[in-house]
Structures are given as structure tokens and as C-alpha cells.
Design a protein around this ligand. Sequence first.
Ligand code: C2O
Ligand code: CU
Length: 546
Amino acid sequence: ARIRHYKWNVKYEFKSPDCYKKLVITINGRTPGPTIIAQQDDTIIVEVTNSLITENLSIHWHGIRQIGTPWSDGTEGVTQCPILPGETFKYQFKVDRPGTYLYHAHYGMQREAGLYGSIRVSLPDGKSEPFAYDYDRSIILTDWYHQSTYEQATGLSSNPFVWVGEPQSLLIQGKGKFSCSSVPSPAGVCNSSNPECSPYAITVIPGKTYRLRVASLTALSALSFQIEGHNMTVVEADGHYVEPFVVKNLYLYSGETYSVLVKADQDPSRNHWITTNVVGRPPNTTVGVAVLNYYPNHPRRSPPTIPPTGPIWNDTAARLAQSQAIKSHSGYIHTPPPTSDRVILMLNTQNTIDGYRRWSVNNVSFNLPHTPYLIALKQNLHHVFQQTPLSDGHEFLNYDIYSVANNSNATSSNAIYRLKFNSTVDIILQNANTMNINNSETHPWHLHGHDFWVLGHGSGRFNISTHPKQYNLVNPIMKNTVPVHPYGWTALRFRADNPGVWAFHCHIESHFFMGMGMVFEEGIDRVGKLPSSIMGCGESKGLGRP
Ligand code: C2O
Ligand code: CU
């Protein structure tokens, strides 16, 4: 195993990823940032310098479990104090499994300002994957807003509430195309011929097979991804091998990663479109396009066809069916424990709390304390967060998920769930109607520090006496991010076997900002000595940096 050492400088720059010039956050001048390429069991060291001048920072390594290094998870308020402007912080962790992972900012809403990238971990020498391909490529899909994260965050936390609205464009590997003529903008702000926004091109050699690692880090949107005229065989999800299945449209939710195999077996005399479009919400965002460039055609040559638009936005059944189709590869099954020690129901609703619009789980909307939980729990700093235990939610089993939420008794809290070390925990995510009539959204939930088994997805209200009998205990896929579909439920199981403090939250940036998340503690007494570099804020002031 090797040590891979990176030095990153994070700053704001003016860029035009979709032809519209705005402030974006870059790493060493780039967004998406550099791809981390490593081999299983390598140690990654990233020294991050915060050159944002007036803004804090932290970076999360999404999908890396941080076994033995919970302080390197990069979750501001949970596992560390923020990196202050001018400071350099050192993340150090092991990548202990092959697969496709991500990194992104985990402070405020910085992720959607462009601070993200890919982590690709390959197998040790001499080991091979259960599928064959000639070349390996990574792309990240995002949605893109022209408003700054400050304007968005201020609107979301104002009364009256100002919703961020639909994104202006979709980016494929950091490139998109906003139609400059659609909205008047000051001279020089939007320029459709700026080379910064020419479509991303993936060059392929006819006849070869490509492993395409596709991930979504959208702020809001659920996406469909397609390659004109080509089938995709899904072989990996969130670092786990999938029993292969073929799709024309791949649905992706923020925080998910997939590998698909694509054979360059179509007309080699031309290029082909790669597109992504919004699903799950009435789309008001232009389709994102990139080019599958068949060598030796010029990569800038437009395909002669109209880009395919993808499936209709409100076909929830097709999306549920794809979620249900993802099973563990038969040669790589990790069998889940047959039963669990604790079942937590998590009802997802919108609420108004003191006049402010919030998202809640079991009528509790989450907010972060000033002292990160990891430090508070390890150093016995009492009273820096609420000690009232949160409910396991069984009182919401009969909640009417189809009626408009009012839930006037909702509250805000920074309390956490404390899990018995090594116990098996089931989480039932239950979706419901929002505060608008006939509306239920899609929420991709992401767990830090673990992979969970996806035991089932269903539509309607979860029934605790019948649905568990339908759980897939034979070949469930393990993931770190999973959607709960509109008016649906998703059941997960995980072992609380990673000492530390771990966030579990909706990966939609505005939803987490509005309280859609929580924190689990397990085995805090087994956590080693905390590095002083994570301290220095809130009640950990005196414990911190000199
Ligand atoms: Cu990728 Cu806590 O997030
Ligand atoms: Cu959400």
C-alpha cells in the first residue's frame, strides 16, 4: 500500500461553467477538483489550505468509512471545527475498499458552489473485477444555480421563506450550457461562445468497452442519465458490485455513484449525445449535454441529431422499479444479520416552526451545535447539545402520509441518536405529503461512516407487521446513499460497528440546511485520542490550536 499525498488550495474564482460568469469555489484552480486515484489500502493525505478569505471550510470524503479516523470525516459541526480562512488542515485516512467515491465541501451550502470531485479506488495488483472493460472514466453530474449560496441560504432561513427555485442548468463534469438569450444579463456575464462552457467530451475507440463511473452531486435535482443509442450495463453502486442489469436511462440521486459498462458499438462515423435531465420535480432546467466522441471524429463536432430528452419527470413507478432492481452481485454477497436490535422509523415531513419553513424527521428539525459532537462526546463537554433522547418514531406508524402536513407541534433540536456499539439497527424512511397539496418529494439519504443493506423500497405507508416479511435478506445491495421515493418508504439495516459520530441526512443541500438530518453516536469510548487540529471552536476553544 502507498501513501498518496495531495496539497490543495481552495479559493473563489470567477468562472463560466455554463457560459454564465459567477463566483465558484475551486481546488488548485479547478472545479470539479482533481480526481483522487488510489489503490485499496492506500493512505490518502490531503493538506487543505483555506484561501476563501472570509469563509470557513471543511471537506467530506463521501463513501469512505473512516475506520479508526472518525476525525477525518470532514463534517463541520459533527467531526471537526471548520477550517478557518488562512489555515491549513490535514486529512489523513485509508481507502480500504475498491470502488467509486466522492469528496465535497461539508460546510454551509458550499458544495453547490463547485467544491467537489471523484475518488477512484482500484483493486490490489493481481485481483480483478467480476466484469471486463478496456478503459475507465469518471464523470460527476451536478445542477447549477446562478444565485450565490449566500442568497440561497438567506432566503431559506427567512420569514417569509424564499425558495431557491429550480437550477439554471445541469453540468456534466463541470460543463453545461445556459441559454444566454433566455434572460437579459449585463454585458460580459453570459457568453455562449466561451470555451469554458463547450460540452464535455468522452473520446471512445469504436469496438472498445468503457467503464463509466457516473455520480450525482446535485444540490436539488434527481436525474436521469442516457447515452444516445447505447445501452448501459450497471455493475457497481456506491462501491459494491451489482448483479448486472441493462438500462437505457440511469436514474441517479444526489450522493449516489454507479459504474456502467458501455460498448462503443454504434455508428463510428459520427459523435453521439450524452444527456441528463431532471426527474421527480416539474423540470424547469435545460437538459445537460456532453458528447460521446467516436475517435477519430473531432470532439467538438456536434452529433447530427437532436439530443435525447430522457424519460418524463413524473414516472415514479419507473424510478421505484430501478431502485428495486439493484441487487448485490451473486459472487460478492455480504449477508445481513437476520434480525435487528432496534427499529427507528423516520417520518420525513415539511413543517413551519416559529414561522420558518423547515424539514423534519419525526417532527424534529435538526440544527448543528457550535461544538462538534465528536469533541463534545469524547471530552465530556456536557450541555453543548440537547440531551433529550430522540424518539424511535413508532408513534408515526399511523401518520396519514397523503394529507398536507401541518404538524404544528414540530420543534428544532440538536439532540442525537446514541446506538449500542455493534448492535444492528433498522431505519425505515417514510415519505409523506409536503405542505403543498398532492406533492411529495424524493429524498436521497446518505449515511456517513457505514454502508447499509437496502432491505426494501415500497410505495405508500410502511406496515411494520407485513412489510418486514418482504425484506430482501438474500442478496440486498449495500450502499451509502439511497432514495426514498414520493409517498414511499425505504428500509435499511446497518451494524453500528464504527466508533465515532456520524451524520445521516438528506443529500439535497437545501433540505439538510433546512433541518433534514441527524447524527448517530456509537462506541465513543473506543475512539482514539482526538487530534487537536479539529478543535478550537465553541466549547472546544481552549483545547484547540495554539
Ligand atoms: Cu456527501 Cu454528509 O454528505
Ligand atoms: Cu430531502
